[in-house]
Design a protein around this ligand. Sequence first.
Ligand code: GAL
Length: 369
Amino acid sequence: MKSNRVLMTIFALLVIVSMALTACSGAAQSSGKIKVGLSFSDFATERWKNEEVLMRKLLEDKGYEVISAEANHDVKLQNDQIDNMVSQGIKGLIVIAEDGDAVVTSVDKAADAGVKVIAYDRLIKTAKIAAYLSFDNVEVGRQQALGVMKAIDADNWDVAANGPARVVQLAGSPTDNNATLFTKGQTEVLQPYIDSGKIEIVAKQGVENWDAANALKLMENILTAQNNDIDAVVASNDGTALGALQAMKAQGLAGTVPISGQDATADGSNSIVKGELTVSILKDIRNLSPLAIDVMDKLLKGEAVEGMKNFTLAELTVDDSKQGEVPCVFLQVQQVNKENVYDLVVVSGFQSYDDVYRDIPEGDRPAKP
Ligand code: GAL
């Protein structure tokens, strides 16, 4: 009798526990929402964290569940993180690639599993992506070089008196396809000056990981090798330009030798108003992130996406051996300099007034917009 009651109690308990477990796993399994993954190369560059916050919010507002990961510049980790998101059942994936070649391993697998993949800002070198959304990256490079050439008045450079202007070219990270495109745009502008003997490229190097500390070291070495005799620097983003500027500052060259950047970051814009960084490039992420979410939403709903144009991978990579085409959108970019930084960056709300005018005495600041 007694053992019967014990058995029944145990049975009843088991039923309750198993019911509770089913309820729990049901809740953990899914919120019923479609999952979208965000995969970031790193958060060391200022813009990426801002874009994570923006895209997460836009996706959540549309009812998606967001899974996000940051790979700290580690290509293997980025592939693992993407594989992991696919096993968690994502239907869409937005990737900021650390390495446009290496990430193809996980992106192809994701695409084969039916995941819609968007290459965000940086190209992923496979025709399996559903879209590549970015800015006009060749134009970024042109504007960087144009800003610096204007600052040294290259057209009127007196070669007879000074010899050719001595230009340093700091490219971006060698694993980032954008770096290739920035260099392409820079070269388009610089080549005619090289050909006419107005300028000479005295050093040309890529900055691994877009890392400011790497740029600082590279510039220290370049200045030593050139006896500080340089006239201009075409650098490829604000972070690396500010690193290079530290080395230049130590030699009294900051503010006298023009240098370019990119991204109109808070620190870069501050350096522009201080007269050290000569130009930056505004790429308004407030347009790119919503575009990416809108395209993703349409892809996931099976709706037509308007406004995309196919480009060959050969053209996008500047490498004729690459096969296939991908649908793309490229947004416009704008050169930022001392004259327009207030309007383009501050008044537009891209960076805050306090960040841009940090350390500038009250009396030298423009009115708060
Ligand atoms: C590029 C990007 C730039 C810059 C750089 C460093 O791919 O287009 O805007 O942020 O990476 O992360």
